[in-house]
Design a binder for this molecule. Sequence first.
Ligand code: DGY
Length: 323
Amino acid sequence: MHKPKILVTRRWPEPCEARLEALFDVTFNTDNQPLTPAELRNAMHDYDAVLPTVSDKLPAEVFGEAPPRCRILGNFGVGFNHIDIEAARQHGIIVTNTPGVLTESTADIAMMLMLMAARRASEGERLLRAGQWTGWHPTQLLGTQVTRKTLGLIGFGRIAQAMATKAHFGFGMPIVFYTPRPAAPELLERFQARQLDSIEAVMREADFVALHCPGSAANYHLIKAENLAHMKSSAILINTARGDVIDNQALIAALRERRIAAAGLDVYEGEPNLDPAFLELDNAVLLPHLGSATNETRVAMGMMAIDNVEAFFKGLPPPNRVV
Ligand code: DGY
């Protein structure tokens, strides 16, 4: 039987690649470098499905003028702000994502960034690795306590709730949050949480502010100088969502001038080319987009992306369709 012709834009975990090979006439990008816009444009015309991920940019130009051969983009990842969804819709291309399976690992990274930034873990490790640790003393690398401090969440979806669970029940942290829509009363009840009426209100009250809103045109630079100005000078900002949710220049200025204490970042505007000014800041903990980077999660993401594409080619509705 004719197997659909499929392009996978980056290497996937081995069990996922094995399943893809069994199901489809699959081409892997064996050198694992991001495809160029021209390669992605050609892929849309040469394959029945393309399986991209967050490091692939698929703006309208990639879809081209003529109807492409590709009928489904099975995205490896929950976020799909790298795909021009409107262009996909106009070309009748289905887009799917992988919600749910990366919730806990991403919330874990948010917790880790919060703890690392609060307890100056990166500074400590740099000191030690530089051979400059002269031994314990009472005022060395003093951080700030996390336990029982207030956590403010911007966005209150799956990942924010998973972080709230770990922070509230594990670290006794009171939870405040902002989302534009009223949250279900049982959620407020579960975390004894308070929904505040603006981002600024969360910024003013929280000791740690963690961003959990999707990357989108609407959320571009949602966090800018004006709202950073409402944070306590002792407060710490955590971002595991998307880099461009924060105006990175405004954040660099706030960190440099110590208007906020620190930041823990997993994502950056224009990544992987983050602004080199971040590297100069001792009060920034920087990770290379590791939110979902566990074996378990990445295999689950791949399997979910395959489930979507397999369902489509069997004539069934893909379970995680976004367009
Ligand atoms: C996603 O799935 O959108 C993540 O950012 C990848 O870890």
